[in-house]
Design a protein around this ligand. Structure first.
Ligand SMILES: [Zn+2]
Length: 309
């Protein structure tokens, strides 16, 4: 009897302790969800984004733990350089390889990468191009028995602890640049935006999807051309940082003065591969770190009166 009573007391004490832990848990979760402390949202480790300097064109490596995504692969003569870079970064296999659109400054080196690395998902817009560059990529895919995954706006994919949402293209355009695959990548509280060479019409349709594109880092559309980064689009994206991928002295005059002025006016910090080489951005889901300081030159790619020949 006495013994039983004692046990009953212990049982009550255990129940009480369980209740205390349970209530404390609820309070902690509530605090967390209200943003009471700076938190990492369910991520462990770091996300790295390498805006690789491949001259005129785009090539961006996203690394998340053992997972890797490559967005574009530069010009035709850049395949081996990109292969070497991926190897130097210990990339053994590519989860996603994305060719934003079939122009040679984006998919030029993609055939080499497909031959050299196993890729889980190959994604290109559902448009064809009558060029050798495009056929080279299609042949590389055939050789590896890969089929194309057609992007659908709103669709979400995961890359380790990171996720990305497809934003474009939502239809077919006569302007090949507007057919670019666009996506927003999320890691913890930080967001990164990629739009390939999408121009004003493509950007308008991205905004019209209603998907939140408010981001921290924006890879400036179409290499800083005045035909991209429209006012409406920048208002929706409102990045703190921008990265421009282009070659010094390129024949297109990228980045254009209009784009640089707009970024400067908005207080956006700018990094550029033509001046700073490969730009590496690292985040733990809260803080963002860079391998160099932002560019302060605001130097336009367009020929000025004095430099015109
Ligand atoms: Zn381009």
């Amino acid at each position: 009897m006495n013994k039983n009573k004692k046990n009953g007391g212990r049982g009550l004490l255990s129940l009480f302790l369980i209740l205390v832990v349970f209530v404390a848990g609820i309070v902690a979760v509530g605090f967390y969800m209200n943003g009471g402390i700076q938190h990492k949202s369910f991520v462990d480790g770091e996300l790295e984004i390498h805006y690789i300097d491949i001259g005129q064109g785009d090539c961006t490596l996203v690394k998340c733990g053992d997972h890797a995504m490559l967005i574009d692969a530069g010009e035709n003569d850049k395949g081996t350089q990109i292969q070497d870079y991926l190897s130097s970064q210990n990339v053994k296999k590519i989860d996603y390889i994305i060719g934003t659109h079939p122009h040679s400054d984006h998919i030029g080196g993609m055939d080499v990468i497909i031959y050299k690395f196993d890729c889980d998902v190959v994604m290109m817009p559902d448009v064809e191009s009558d060029t050798k560059t495009y056929r080279d990529v299609v042949n590389a895919m055939k050789a590896k028995n890969y089929t194309n995954t057609v992007p659908v706006p709103g669709q979400q994919y995961s890359l380790g602890d990171a996720t990305f949402t497809i934003l474009a293209p939502s239809r077919q355009y006569d302007n090949m640049n507007d057919n670019s695959i666009a996506l927003v990548l999320t890691y913890g509280d930080r967001k990164f935006l990629f739009t390939g060479d999408a121009e004003e019409n493509g950007e308008e349709d991205i905004v019209n999807t209603g998907i939140n594109i408010d981001c921290d880092v924006y890879q400036v559309g179409h290499h800083g051309s005045r035909t991209a980064s429209s006012e409406t689009f920048l208002n929706a994206a409102s990045p703190a940082y921008a990265v421009i991928s282009c070659a010094e002295g390129n024949s297109y005059g990228h980045p254009h003065a209009q784009t640089l002025n707009e970024l400067r006016y908005r207080g956006i910090k700018v990094f550029r591969t033509d001046e700073q080489g490969t730009i590496v951005c690292t985040t733990d889901g809260v803080n963002i770190k860079w391998n160099c300081s932002p560019s302060e030159t605001w130097k336009v790619g367009e020929a000025t009166k004095s430099s015109k020949k």
